[in-house]
Design a protein around this ligand. Structure first.
Ligand SMILES: [Zn+2]
Length: 87
């Protein structure tokens, strides 16, 4: 049996990957943050552990669709900085 449910889609490149090769993004009161423990509840988005995907996320504003809201440029920049530390 194929375990497709273990795959998550990257919000930047839309590739399906196993969660081990992705980072989880969660919404917080301040904006967005990286969920290192993967235990935060609520809506999450996934992105490849890849600088190119982080750049693409910034450029394409991929989170607006995932979280169904308008995400500010400064929130994207703060998140991108946090994501790059995880690479
Ligand atoms: Zn990706």
């Amino acid at each position: 049996m194929k375990k497709n449910h273990l795959l998550r889609q990257c919000v930047a490149c839309r590739t399906m990957k196993e969660r081990e090769s992705l980072l989880r993004i969660v919404r917080t009161e301040e904006g967005f943050s990286v969920d290192r423990t993967e235990t935060c509840g609520g809506r999450g988005a996934w992105i490849c552990k890849d600088g190119a995907c982080i750049d693409a996320l910034l450029k394409k504003h991929g989170l607006d669709r995932s979280f169904k809201c308008r995400v500010s440029e400064s929130s994207y920049e703060a998140l991108a900085e946090e994501l790059r530390k995880e690479l």
